[in-house]
Design a protein around this ligand. Sequence first.
Ligand code: NGQ
Ligand code: ZN
Length: 469
Amino acid sequence: MSSLHQANSDLQCFFAERALLPSGWANNVLFSVKNGQFYSLETNSTATDKANILSGPVLPTIANVHSHAFQRIMAGAAEVSLNPNDSFWSWRDLMYKIVQKLTPDDAHIIAKQLYIDMLKAGYSQVGEFHYLHHDIGGKHYGQLAEMSNQLIAAADDAGLGLTLLPVLYSHSGFGGQAPNAGQARFIHSTDSYLTLHQACAKTLANHPIHQLGVCFHSLRAVTKPQIDTVLQTLNASSNTTSPIHIHIAEQQKEVQDSINWSGQRPVEWLHNEIGLSDRWCLVHATHLTETERQAIASSQAIAGLCPTTEANLGDGIFPAVTFEKEGGRWGIGSDSHVSLSIVEELRTLEYGQRLRDQQRNRLYRPEQTSVGDNLYQQALLGGNQACSVSLGLAVGNRADFMVLDESQPFMAASDNKDLLNRWLFATNENLVKDVFVAGQQRIKNFHHEHEESSRSAFIRIIKKVMYDA
Ligand code: NGQ
Ligand code: ZN
């Protein structure tokens, strides 16, 4: 396999009996890839001698908009009742305890395994919302970007595109409250954050598949002057298009604290005091008034929905049906990584809306009445915008795609109209068989070339961190 940093400049040809293009399903698709991008693409064609025949339905991979890689180690380990009022906030206390234990090496091993598992699920880019910056005592590492560099190395090992979102985190609550001890490893001043951001920009410059964004942990963690300074400074250094991510309005307590502090709800405050645009990815944005929902929709900001984590943490249900009708854009993220399945994220999103509304078929559009097709296409577009990539089977886009397992009966028998609905609503086994990133095959017949070594290292770290073994 050629180097991760060097896209193959030879022309590779592929043939798929059916493939999902931006315009919908097409048959007998012959396409070529050069320098990591789609170079040509013809439908209703025939396989040439040189073409690699792809063995099942071909789909674009999607960008996972929200990840805290280190949290993978505790997925499923916080499902024991500690008191009758267990909540998001008691989960966070447990999460802070794990945070105290992780070394840079641990972070690398966890992220590498996670990123391999993301590729196996059909994600080929991840928005890594990265705030675990400092050493166990809360001091800066010798290299400010030590932990960021571990994540970059993990993404390179796996062959996954990283949209690194270094996080500014300075306070524990609205109005600049002092951070608590559990947050010591996260804390940056505005200046040290800008230095970190610059170091990351240098490392990632000209990297073919990684991107860099801007990130504020939440309105609890930063003040208005900090947001203004960071955006003005980065915009001045011509960083005017990179995505800006923030956690917002995930829990009712956060909404209430925001009102107590400013008289405004979180999204209302962000919209009025800073301004929304299509650069923003508002992660969760669960609790919205009609005005807030419309403000996000009309700004074309992405709602970064994390359906399985939001269900796991008891956040609430995002108003996706009305938001979509208003032209709102959304993407999906696996966040705390209680699930690494595109199927489960999209199914949970649709089912949450059905359960709330006591109706069926909620997330469709007049021009796309198939729920599965609509969910997949919206998640693809939203993921692209929030992670600053262009995934999708079209000439000029990065050549990322996956092949589903044609031996699964529904995949073998379904016509194009039903295929995505069959996958998203009627299968439980993983059907993602092959995955290509920038033209390079990373998953081959369900297998990643580094999975055995990664797996044993990950087992060792789980035992050490979680069970003191
Ligand atoms: C986080 N996670 O930073 O990892 C947050 C929890 C917080 C989610 N919001 C902590 N899912 O928001 O303070
Ligand atoms: Zn998060």
